[in-house]
Design a protein around this ligand. Sequence first.
Ligand code: NDP
Ligand code: 8X3
Length: 252
Amino acid sequence: MSQVVFITGATSGFGQATARRFAQAGWSLVLTGRRQERLAALRDELAPQVPVHIAALDVRDAKAVQAAFDALPEAFRALTTLVNNAGLALAPVPAQRAALEDWHTMIDTNVTGLVNVTHAALPWLLKTGAGASIVNIGSVAGEWPYPGSHVYGATKAFVKQFSLNLRSDLIATGVRVTDIAPGMAETEFTLVRTKGDQAASDALYAGTTPLTAQDIAEQIFYVATLPAHMAINRLEIMPTRQAWAPFAVDRD
Ligand code: NDP
Ligand code: 8X3
């Protein structure tokens, strides 16, 4: 029987590349995101290769998430892997200038949304047991502070700790949990973060070599297809041309 991967945020960036990577390997796909037309386009692209089920949903809506799992067709219920990828950063300004609404949107999506999907998926993953995986997309921002990261980095610190804590509880179930923490990767991430400023997005990635969505999809596929006795707890990946800032010092 084909293996099944459930991907959140499959309409763009890492999620879309991950759908294509698992399709290459013959997995059945459950693709989710808010933008129905993008989901339909990806289904039309990949359905000649593998079985694809799409469900337009907002991860912040716990009822909609549960309903999507309840409505999974029989052939997509033997879930092998959950990729909790949907997420976003907003307000690339100092914390003191950030809008409260942007902070709430990040918490609602990156924390509450990820928890909503995990809770709904767990019964299916537990049924699969050995070899099943939850791959949560954290960020280097969950480990390292930098200006303008404020609530975004804090939500990704949640993702890291939630992943490790889940691992502890799931030890005897066969279900593995990994926090993949990418650094700078060129996707629609900065376009979203700047609320549509294409020039700012282009400028951020100009003159360097960021990660690509395919780079991260490859790592997600790797951790999800390791032998069942191997669990990668956390994988932090940066472009070679990215590293940490020195300590900041305020001077008179
Ligand atoms: P993109 O903006 O390209 O993709 C984000 C995806 O998340 C989209 O498919 C979007 O779908 C989905 N999404 C956002 N909000 C919701 C929501 N409320 N409900 C359902 N889906 C939602 O960015 P990336 O691919 O780069 O980001 C994917 C993940 O990787 C995020 O969690 C991000 O924080 C993380 N990350 C990104 C890095 C980067 O540099 N790019 C680095 C480290 C981590 P739709 O709008 O259709 O709902
Ligand atoms: C975002 C990672 O390096 O762009 O999750 O701040 S970085």
